[in-house]
Ligand binder design. Structure first.
Ligand SMILES: CC(C)(COP(=O)(O)OP(=O)(O)OC[C@H]1O[C@@H](n2cnc3c(N)ncnc32)[C@H](O)[C@@H]1OP(=O)(O)O)[C@@H](O)C(=O)NCCC(=O)NCCS
Length: 338
C-alpha cells in the first residue's frame, strides 16, 4: 500500500523501518558508505528552508494478523523549491523490479504537476540501478559531478599542518564551528554570490544573500547537521577571500560532507584553497574525533580544485549526476504505461 506520509507525526517504528530500508539500499548500491543512524533522522526528513515544502509517500507492507504495522519497503519524497520539484526515491532491494519505483514516482509527479511546478530534478548516483531506472522514465542528464572520498587514516597530519599555513601574506585564516559569526555574514554571502553561476549544480542551491544564508544555517542545525566553516579574511579590506564548509550529519557522523569551497577571483593564486581545506581537516580532527572520512563533490571541469583535493589525499569515488524531466511529460508517460 502506498500512502502519503508525514515524518513529523510518524511513529518511531516507522522511522526505524524506513532506516532499515535506507541501510539495505546503501548496502546494495553504495556498500562503502557508512550506514545511517536514527539520531535526528525524523528532523532530517521533516525540516525544510522557509518557503520550501517536502511531501512524502511510503510503500508499506500490510499489517500482521495481530495488527503490527508492516515494514516500509519504499519511500518517495519531493522537495518543492523555486519552479522545480527535487525527487528522492528508495525501494528495498528485495522488492525491486516489480514496478514499485515507477508507482512511487507517479505519485510524486502527479502532485508536483497539480501544484503547478514545471520540472522534476533528481540526483542519481553513477553505477547504480537508479541510472537505468530514471533513463527508462525519460529523465535526461543535465550535469555530472565526481564524488571523492578522503580516508582520514591515511592523512599525513604534519604535512597538512604545513599546508595550512602556506598562504600569501595579508590573509588571516579563521575557524568557526556552527557557522560564520554574525558580523561576517554579509561578507560571507558576498563571497558565495561571486561564483554562483560557475560552480553550482541546480539541485544544491547555495545561499547568496545574508538572510538566506542565516536560514540555511538554521535549517542545517534543525536537521541535525553541524556546519563547520574555515574562512580566509583579506586583512586590508576585511573581505572574505575564501571559505570552505564541512557538515557533520548526526545521521552518519563518521563521514562528513564537504559543501562549498570558494576562493574569490581577486584572491586566487595565493594558496588559499589548500590552506583553508588543510586547516579544516586539522580542526575537525579534534572537534569531531569519531570522524573517519570526508566526501566532496566537484564539477569535472574544475581541475584546480580536483588537483588540490588529490594533494590532500581524496580518492575519486564515482559519478554523481543531476537528471531532470518536464513534469507534464513524465505524468503523461507514466499514465500511458500503466
Ligand atoms: C532506482 C530504484 C528506485 C528503482 O526501483 P524499482 O522498484 O526496482 O523500479 P521499477 O521496478 O519501477 O523499474 C522501472 C523500470 O526501471 C528500469 N530499471 C529499474 N532498475 C533497473 C536495473 N537494475 N537495471 C536496468 N533497468 C532497471 C527498468 O526499465 C524497469 O522496468 P522493467 O522492470 O519493466 O524492465 C531502486 O533501484 C532504488 O531504490 N535505488 C536506490 C535509489 C537511491 O536513491 N539511492 C541513493 C543511495 S544509493
Amino acid at each position: 500500500m502506498v500512502r502519503e506520509w508525514d515524518p513529523r507525526t510518524a511513529s518511531s517504528a516507522e522511522i526505524a523501518s524506513l532506516l532499515d530500508t535506507l541501510n539495505a539500499v546503501l548496502a546494495a548500491d553504495l556498500p562503502q558508505d557508512p550506514p545511517w543512524r536514527e539520531s535526528s533522522l525524523r528532523e532530517y526528513l521533516a525540516e525544510v528552508m522557509p518557503g520550501e515544502r517536502r511531501i512524502s509517500w511510503i510503500a508499506q507492507e500490510d499489517p500482521d494478523a495481530d495488527g503490527t504495522p508492516g515494514a516500509i519497503l519504499g519511500q518517495v519524497h519531493v522537495l518543492l523549491l523555486g519552479n522545480i520539484g527535487v525527487l528522492e526515491v528508495l525501494v528495498h532491494p528485495t522488492v525491486r523490479r516489480s514496478g514499485l519505483g515507477r508507482d512511487l514516482v507517479l505519485r510524486a509527479a502527479r502532485r508536483v504537476y497539480q501544484e503547478g511546478f514545471e520540472s522534476i530534478g533528481v540526483e542519481v548516483v553513477g553505477d547504480t540501478p537508479a541510472v537505468a531506472f530514471y533513463e527508462s522514465l525519460g529523465f535526461g542528464r543535465e550535469y555530472v559531478e565526481t564524488r571523492s572520498v578522503l580516508d582520514l587514516s591515511g592523512v599525513d597530519w604534519a604535512e597538512l599542518a604545513e599546508m595550512s599555513i602556506g598562504l600569501g601574506a595579508g590573509y588571516r585564516v579563521e575557524f568557526h564551528p556552527g557557522g560564520p559569526p554574525d558580523e561576517l555574514i554579509e561578507a560571507y554571502a558576498r563571497a558565495k554570490a561571486e561564483i554562483r553561476d560557475i560552480e553550482d549544480g541546480e539541485l544544491r542551491p547555495s545561499s547568496y544573500d545574508p538572510q538566506r544564508l542565516r536560514d540555511s544555517l538554521d535549517c542545517l542545525h534543525r536537521r541535525g547537521m553541524k556546519p563547520y566553516i574555515v574562512l580566509a579574511l583579506h586583512e586590508q579590506t576585511g573581505e572574505v577571500a575564501g571559505l570552505t564548509e564541512v557538515v557533520v550529519p548526526a545521521q552518519h557522523p563518521t563521514r562528513a560532507d564537504q559543501y562549498d569551497t570558494i576562493v574569490v577571483q581577486d584572491h586566487r593564486g595565493y594558496g588559499i584553497d589548500r590552506a583553508i581545506k588543510a586547516r579544516m581537516l586539522l580542526e575537525l580532527r579534534s572537534a569531531e574525533p569519531q570522524l573517519t572520512e570526508v566526501q566532496t563533490w566537484n564539477a569535472q571541469a574544475n581541475e584546480a580544485m580536483l588537483k588540490v583535493n588529490a594533494e590532500l589525499g581524496y580518492r575519486t569515488d564515482r559519478d554523481w549526476c543531476e537528471y531532470s524531466i518536464d513534469v507534464a511529460e513524465l505524468v503523461h508517460r507514466l499514465d500511458a504505461t500503466r
